[in-house]
Design a binder for this molecule. Structure first.
Ligand code: UD1
Length: 336
């Protein structure tokens, strides 16, 4: 089966690509490399002995996307291409609506032309906004706090309308919690451009002394140690959820929404302490003001995904820290 993986050169995309290749799928990647590197392809080859097809194109380039569908008979699409920086989305909302919303409309239009009606869409727990209750179920209220989150929610609604217009569509939306860690080989991992805004790559760069110390954004949250609690999930467990989605997509009866998390929450301080313990590295930190929009606690109820996908996470916080650190040690400057 031929799977189109948009955003396949990125952090989630590259790990998902490996899961798919190892399960015997042919993978066609389209990626505009805006937040990723072509060098990841050699690493995928090294790990799997297979080179996926790769097109350096933007999903908003209609003609180029059409040509990819003409060239490969695409059976299903995993759509990961999109922008994800919260702050940037506040400063340049039009960029987010254009990439995340218009890009998806263009992709779906192209899929329609070729009669390809199977889609796994990458959404985020960010669509929930401030939780009314914890853990978060898929039925929780949806009130994203920033343009990035709103762009994801608009796409979710758009895909529901696509399904309503034609029930032959099979659509699964995955709402990710906090993906961290790296492939066990240490050959691929998260390679943020500039100073990382997410916690795990920041901790890794402090451990490797690239950055002096971690700023923990707030110690007065409504949690046991005062720092924010998140549902950190190992990137390999997360990429497996994409594989399981493809394998179960034919049984989808409605636009299906699934939380992809471990169902357990750990605080920022617990993460830092675990990282120190498993890597024997020092992580100097200070407490600073809260970051705008950060919430106290966010973790999933993942029962629906566990059941529908016959999937569960197998890696714990120790694995996440160990694997993130291996990637950082082996690749101090990322892919370059
Ligand atoms: C962030 C985004 C979210 C996005 C997700 C995955 C925000 C507000 N949310 O989630 O929309 O889907 O990334 O890309 O940006 N922290 C520190 N110091 C740091 C970095 C983070 O203390 O240098 C803390 C944060 O306050 C938070 C936790 O670590 O409590 C996790 O932060 P982060 O990794 O940025 O993820 P989220 O904010 O949960």
């Amino acid at each position: 089966m031929n799977i189109l993986l948009t955003g396949g050169a990125g952090y989630i995309g590259s790990h998902t690509c490996i899961s798919l290749i190892e399960a015997g799928y042919n993978v066609v990647i389209v990626d505009n490399l805006s937040n990723s590197s072509e060098l990841v392809l050699d690493r995928i080859l090294k790990i799997t002995n297979h080179m996926p097809f790769f097109y350096n194109i933007d999903i908003n380039d209609k003609r180029a996307l059409l040509n990819v569908f003409k060239k490969h008979s695409i059976d299903a699409v995993i759509h990961l291409a999109g922008l994800k920086a919260v702050n940037e989305s506040i400063l340049n909302p039009e960029k987010y609506y254009e990439n995340n919303v218009v890009g998806t409309i263009n992709l779906v239009n192209t899929m329609k032309i070729f009669g390809c009606k199977k889609l796994v869409f990458s959404s985020s727990a960010t669509v929930y906004g401030v939780p009314e209750a914890i853990p978060l179920f898929e039925t929780a209220h949806l009130k994203p706090l920033n343009p990035y989150g709103r762009s994801k929610l608009i796409v979710e609604d758009f895909l529901s309308d696509i399904f309503t217009s034609d029930n032959e569509w099979k659509i699964i939306t995955l709402r990710y919690f906090n993906p961290v860690g790296a492939h066990k080989s240490g050959l691929i991992g998260e390679d943020p451009k500039g100073i990382p805004s997410n916690i795990m790559p920041f901790i890794c760069q402090v451990a490797s002394k690239k950055l002096e110390r971690l700023s923990i954004f707030g110690n007065d949250f409504n949690t046991a140690d005062g720092t924010g609690i998140r549902d950190f999930i190992h990137i390999q467990d997360l990429s497996d959820a994409h594989l399981r989605s493809l394998e179960n997509i034919n049984s989808v009866k409605d636009h299906l929404f699934l939380n992809i998390g471990t169902g357990k929450g750990y605080s920022v301080l617990q993460l830092v302490e675990t990282f120190k313990k498993v890597t024997s590295q020092n992580i100097p930190y200070i407490f600073t003001d809260r970051r705008d929009g950060d919430i106290d606690i966010c973790y999933a109820n993942a029962d629906k995904a566990n059941k529908f996908l016959d999937w569960s996470t197998s890696k714990d916080l120790n694995d996440m820290c160990r694997d993130a650190w291996r990637w950082q040690l082996n690749n101090p400057t990322g892919y370059n």
